[in-house]
Write a protein that binds this ligand. Structure first.
Ligand code: IMP
Length: 198
């Protein structure tokens, strides 16, 4: 087996339930390298600003933590939580604010940090909410972009990877609250139905 095939082959790993399997889509090394590049680009665009990172819980936590360490300069964090997929792999399309930010964003340089941009409905809702609060700058950073699935007219200012229409887990992303701790971004597959494509 070539090293490339070895890397991407379906693996049975600790923590993977019977009937489910995960296949690496983006290795941890590629993620690390891309996060570093994105941080450099963001810092070049805002060399002197305190960057206020707003993470959307919980999927963005690992990405935000790595991005923050690469950014350098002054950085602050805040988090909010919105309703998401719940137990399945399909969005209801409905967005609800569950936990708001702790501090105001007026006059700040705000980077909304998201794990994945899918239909875009979550970000559309958040951007409208944040624009009303009059930040100095409002930018969107996403690790993954499933551009094929877009419903809302939304784009990210900084995108890590454009990915195919597959359900992905790992590096913070979950299925039913599981798999967030996988270090690679993986495609989740079910034994009987193939991948969890939407
Ligand atoms: P959107 O509103 O459809 O763009 O969905 C954004 C949210 O849906 C993300 O922040 C994730 O929580 C979740 N999501 C979308 N696609 C996936 C996926 O492939 N795996 C895990 N979560 C996903």
């Amino acid at each position: 087996m070539s090293s490339q095939r070895k890397r991407t082959a379906a693996k049975s790993r600790p923590g993977v339930r019977p009937g489910e399997s995960v296949r690496i889509l983006i290795s941890r090394a590629r993620v690390r390298q891309r996060v570093r590049q994105m941080a450099r680009q963001i810092r070049r665009d805002f060399p002197h600003d305190t960057l206020h990172l707003v993470g959307v819980l919980k999927g963005s936590v690992l990405f935000l933590a790595d991005l923050a360490r690469e950014l350098g300069g002054e950085v602050s964090f805040d988090f909010l939580s919105v309703s998401s997929y719940g137990k399945g792999t399909n969005s209801t399309g409905e967005v609800k604010l569950i936990k708001d930010l702790d501090v105001g964003i007026e006059g700040r340089t705000v980077l909304v940090v998201e794990d994945i941009l899918d239909t875009g409905l979550t970000l559309k809702y958040l951007l409208r909410l944040f624009e009303e609060r009059q930040p100095k700058h409002l930018r969107v950073v996403v690790l993954l972009d499933k551009s094929e699935r877009r419903v809302a007219d939304i784009h990210a200012d900084y995108t890590g990877f454009v990915i195919p229409n597959e359900f992905v887990v790992g590096y913070g992303l979950d299925y039913d609250e599981r798999y967030r701790n996988l270090a690679d971004v993986c495609i989740l597959q079910f034994a009987q139905h193939g991948s969890a494509k939407k």
